[in-house]
Design a protein. Sequence first.
Length: 427
Amino acid sequence: MTKIGFLLCVLVKFTFCQTRNHSDEYCNPEVFRPQCSKSDVILMRNANYGRMHIGRCLTAEEVDAHRTRVGDDPSYFGCYANVLDVLDQSCSGQTNCEIRVAEILERNIRPCFAGLMVYLEADFDCITVADEKRSCAIKASTNPTHIISSSPQQRICGREFHPWIVESPVGQRISVTLIDFNGKVTDDVNRHLCNSYGIIVDREGKRNISICGGKGERQSKQYMSTGNTLEIYFNSTDFSVNDRQFMLNFEAVGCSDIIPAEDTWLKRKEDVIIIGCYSNRLTWKLNCSEGKWIGVLGNCSINKFRDLTETTDERILPAISNQEQVLAIVAISGCTFAVCLVIVCVGVLCLRRFYVRYRTQQEYKTFSVSGNPDASQQLIRGIASVGESEAKEDLGFTSNWLPSYSVYVGNDGLNANNANSNNAINQ
């Protein structure tokens, strides 16, 4: 750090410099003020309190002056205490915080001889967390994604009907890690107990897993998903005065599935993929390493690659030629067309029969008359003027007469059709 930068940090009491330099020393009269942007939160990485090494707070002159009296006593130089839990409770999970270095001494933390100059060495990062005001769905990738707890009164996501939904690309699994800010546990009994912060629901694996915290482990692996989707539910009970008491880290593990080409088949077993051709017996083997597929992938139309069936235990599917594929498609298409044609023909015939029957009932009427043509003509005229029943009654016709004439009642009027005209004239 340059002299100008040093003077600037002293003037503003490190308020702005700490957001740029996330690792620094803070002397006893100073104040530790980490600050992140609005979308980020503080995550303490390391915090030691004592007399670690010569630097800005502890000068070489002071060390040499006391060493003549105390020698190389470890309680004089090189003494320190890990105070990460103290800064976690005050700063981790917050956008900004403030803690005086002298407050650490007030917590009865004395790693060195009393009266000696001690200082704080702290290291923190600004971590981007999911904004629950925007969405409860987040994407997990090879870069860690974080969500942070909040008080039940302010909580939007992680509730019973609004869980956090974490999804990774198909083929990848999700690793869940808990970062607990609740401090150390000195009681061996409580170290083995599980303070449930919530539940991880793996629907594909049909499992519900408790998020166990408060056991003194700041960072612990919680679960590895079966599929590529998880649901996170937080408990409604507070275990700490700090609303933001823990953070969950999600990371996609493994490689996502490959979409095979049109003329290839694919078979995957965990982190190994075998890709082969339908048109020949060429195959290629790919291995997943650090989220990427490693291997050589060829072209099925160029027959110059080594057959990898001897170098893998995978079962290779039988090859199917292009000619056989075309014949199968033609046969299926032909059968489908024939069935459709039969259905259409049957439908047309049924409609035609119905139409003929309907026209016959509406337009034709058959009447039974005697063999007298004159009487038949009188009947026709009577039907045209007064109707069938009245015309028969006026002419004295009966229903016992033999059928000789038929009358067509159509749109053009009434016409007589002599069904047995020759017989009627001869009679």
